[in-house]
Design a protein around this ligand. Structure first.
Ligand SMILES: NC(=O)c1ccc[n+]([C@@H]2O[C@H](COP(=O)([O-])OP(=O)(O)OC[C@H]3O[C@@H](n4cnc5c(N)ncnc54)[C@H](OP(=O)(O)O)[C@@H]3O)[C@@H](O)[C@H]2O)c1
Length: 338
């Protein structure tokens, strides 16, 4: 059994991770940590945990986590905390799978600009493997540090990467994305209160969302490229759906796109590409570890609409982290997820 500890187990994505790893046949949960004592993983939010024998949630420190002798530590914590504690954990010989944004961007200066803090361990940014599992090309096997992708970037990158080289240079790529409220974590803030959200729908963070530089870098788009990302907040708890509007440099057939997606995801257990014209809905992916992708080629073949949907707490966070854990330790990708 591989010994795992979860920091941030009392949060939304850490709670999902705890639920997945508690029933993983190759993992033993040896430590659960939060910011203070007396907190528990909420069984109301994660009902599969009810009745499971798990360690009590303890206040986190690097020493407390290492005292549990983990082989791997999952960090489902604020970015600044992940950035600070990854290095001492790695130096102690523990593998780190980080769900925050702390190791996703290319350089320390990106963190000052987009996250508003000075990165305490910029030398690790090169080493961190960006864990968009289906596009890691063997880099995860044996990796020490995994940067799990953001939820919006997972929807956008999985949908766009197979067709990127077909897109018309200079034409805008529009990513119109919608997320359930759990995407913001469990923090209490008036903007996320029931009265503000119920019966409401709004765009936010346009032109300044932290996931935008992550997507640009991972798509190889320079800062001035015409990539328009518009996140929206849906009045639902979980689920994320992105509609992409793209233009091709020359007319493209449905069959050509079918073969592109089949080449990319034909053997991928958790990316499900629909037949042309069939678009995924949130209800089909929420509470699953899958990303579903569908597309419609518009008349003339110069433009297409691509829709990508997933559960932000699963394929957008915890289940992708478990996919990455499985690859790092050489287990089958589906272990603990099917
Ligand atoms: N929510 C999503 O859909 C999603 C998707 C992808 C990635 N992520 C990323 O995953 C990370 C966690 O997000 P979340 O939405 O699960 O957040 P969350 O619900 O707000 O939970 C945050 C967790 O971090 C813990 N924490 C905060 N400060 C800490 C400290 N100083 N020491 C130890 N633990 C501390 C909290 O513990 P207490 O409860 O004890 O305070 C809680 O368990 C974030 O970096 C987020 O950007 C989230």
């Amino acid at each position: 059994m591989t010994r795992v500890a979860i920091v941030g187990a009392t949060g939304y994505s850490g709670g999902e991770l705890t639920a997945l790893l508690a029933r993983h046949p190759r993992a033993e949960v040896v430590g659960l940590f939060g910011s203070g004592s007396g907190k528990a993983v909420p069984v109301a939010v994660h009902p599969t945990l009810r009745g499971r024998a798990l360690p009590t949630v303890a206040p986190f420190s690097v020493d407390a986590a290492l005292a549990a002798s983990p082989d791997a530590v999952f960090l489902a914590t604020p970015h600044e905390l992940s950035a600070e504690v990854a290095r001492p954990l790695l130096e102690a010989g523990v593998k780190v799978i980080d769900l925050s944004g702390a190791f996703r961007l290319a350089s320390g200066s990106d963190y000052e600009r987009h996250y508003g803090f000075t990165h305490p361990a910029p030398e690790l940014l090169d080493e961190a493997v960006y864990g968009l599992t289906e596009w890691t090309d063997g880099a995860l096997e044996g990796a020490r540090l995994v940067a799990n992708p953001g939820c919006y970037p997972t929807t956008v990158l999985l949908a766009l990467k197979p067709v990127l080289d077909l897109l018309a240079a200079g034409a805008p790529i529009v990513a119109d994305a919608k997320s359930g409220v759990s995407g913001a974590g469990k923090k209490s803030d008036i903007a996320f209160s029931f009265s503000e959200l119920s019966g409401n729908f709004k765009a936010y963070g346009v032109g300044k969302h932290r996931h935008e530089p992550e997507m640009r870098q991972r798509l190889g788009l320079h800062a001035g490229a015409d990539f328009v990302f518009v996140p929206h907040l849906l009045p639902i708890v979980r689920g994320m759906l992105t509609t992409l509007h793209v233009s091709f440099s020359s007319p493209v057939s449905e069959e050509a796109l079918v073969s592109r997606y089949a080449a990319a995801y034909g053997t991928a257990p958790f990316v499900n590409v629909r037949v042309p014209g069939e678009l995924p809905e949130l209800a089909e992916v929420v509470n699953t570890p899958r990303c579903d992708i569908g597309f419609v080629v518009l008349p003339g073949g110069r433009r297409a609409v691509i829709v990508s949907a997933l559960d932000n707490l699963l394929k957008g966070a915890a289940s992708q982290a478990v996919q990455n854990f499985n690859r790092v330790f050489g287990f089958a990708e589906e272990e603990g997820l099917s």
